[in-house]
Structure formats: C-alpha cells, structure tokens
Design a protein around this ligand. Sequence first.
Ligand code: NDP
Ligand code: 8X3
Length: 256
Amino acid sequence: MKKLKGKIAFVTGASSGFGEATALRLAKLGMNLIICARRIDRIKKLATEIKKKYKVKVLSLQLDVRKQKDVVKAVKSLPKDWRAIEVLINNAGLSRGLNKIQDGVLLDWEEMIDTNVKGLLYVSKEVIPLMLENGSGHIVNVGSIAGHEVYVAGNVYCASKHAVDALTKGMRMDLNGTPIKVSTVDPGLAETEFSIVRFRGDDKRAKTVYNGLIPLYADDVADAIEYIITRKDSVNIAEIIILPKCQASAAVVSRS
Ligand code: NDP
Ligand code: 8X3
C-alpha cells in the first residue's frame, strides 16, 4: 500500500458530496490538503474540522473551476511548500436540468460543459507541470456511469461525462512514460446534493430520484478513490465503475 502521509492532495468540489468525503478520507491517511469550491464558508468549516480531527495541514481556496484565469492564479500563487501536489481529485461537477434535447436550456448546457469538461482541463493543465516537476503524481477524474451510457434527457450531462472518460484515457496515454498515473472513478446513483443542484433546489423532486432504493453515499465513492490512490506505485487502477446494488445500468434500477 502506497504511503501518502505528509503528501499533498488537491481536491476540487470539496464543499459537498464526494469531494468532502474524499477530503476527510485523505486527511485520515495523513495527507495535507488543498480543498476548493465556490462556497468558501463550507470549505473553511471543513478545513477547521479536518485540522482538528486529523492534525494535518489544510489550505482553503475559493475557486470557480470555470474561470481559467482564476485557476491559473490560484495554482501559481500556492506557497512553495504546497506545490508538490501528489494527488489531484478532479471532482467539481454538476448537472443542470433533465430536459429532452428539444427542450434544452442553453445556459444549463454551457454550465455543465464549462464545469465538467473545461474546468477539469483548466485545473489539470496547471497541476500536471507541478507533478512533472515533482517527479510523481496521480490524477483521479470523477466521471460517471453517464460517461459510459446515455439515458433519456441526460443528453448534455452524459456528453460531458463521456468527455471526461475520453480525457481520462487521453491523459493516461499522453502521460504514459512520465511518473503520473491517471485514473477515473465512475459512480452510478449516489445521494449527495447532486439532484438538488440538478433540479435547482427542488428538494422534493430530488428526493424522488432515490425513492425506494439504497443509493451510493459519498463515502462509498471516497472509499473507491482511497483504494485507487493507495495501490503500490507500479499499479494503476485505471477505472472503477461503482454502482449501488439496486442499479444494473444507468436506467435499469430496481425500487421497492
Ligand atoms: P454535490 O453537488 O454534492 O457536489 C458537487 C461539488 O462540485 C460541490 O462541492 C460544488 O461546490 C462543486 N462545484 C460545482 N461547480 C463548481 C465550480 N464551477 N467550481 C468549483 N466547484 C464546483 O455532488 P456530487 O458530490 O455528487 O458530485 C461530485 C462529482 O461527482 C460531479 O462531478 C458529478 O458529476 C459526479 N457524479 C455524481 C453522481 C451522483 O449521483 N451524485 C454520480 C456520478 C458522478 P460549490 O457549489 O461550492 O462550488
Ligand atoms: C450522475 C449519475 O445517472 O444520475 O452522474 O447521471 S446519473
């Protein structure tokens, strides 16, 4: 098992869901963390909790991954002893709406593509040189079952996660022969704030997504991420598709 104690992890979208759960798991491994999201109040609260509980160092950043210049500035202004990033968790992402393509909302399409695809690229572009400089690194992209399958009205969200899948494969090829490993974790139905965000705060509608089933929870995904990054250096877990027991494919789900 790879020892990560004292090494640095950069987690995007750490204010909720998978990102928050992953930050907690990595801190438990003894990693020092750079955690970011737009909701800085939540990031700061998480940082305080982690520092108290795990006695590791935490750097809080307010960052919108869609803003390329802000991403450049945030990474360039990292203090010297925070630059040796060992693990990057490209997790920030979202879905907006569940409309058939003919009813699609342009702003929703742009937000998903800008966050899930371009945001992931912007962050990776800044962190990869640091990993190369440091001679070590592991990038874990958070994809989705929606990156392997398409479901009715999932159109642009599914396209964005198919793009994440392609980027993971492309990154792994391009970085082959360098010290950087690239992996993806691709979850199915997971109850986080994902559906609340997708339905713009309509809690009631969000709840119906998980009616009559036991979904994945954030820590289940964090567990898979921990497994990926703790393998010995010569082993790369390229991809984990993680589904709740009740789910057979994106649209085949049994409910009680
Ligand atoms: P949450 O809504 O709970 O968390 C999403 C996180 O992404 C938040 O921390 C949010 O922070 C952050 N985020 C969103 N937009 C931006 C932005 N522009 N800049 C920076 N951070 C941003 O959902 P999940 O934890 O479920 O989602 C995490 C990832 O997992 C996403 O990529 C999602 O697509 C993927 N996924 C989710 C599944 C599910 O069923 N839940 C299944 C498969 C994949 P803030 O709003 O504070 O910026
Ligand atoms: C989220 C999983 O199936 O709701 O990526 O799109 S799904």
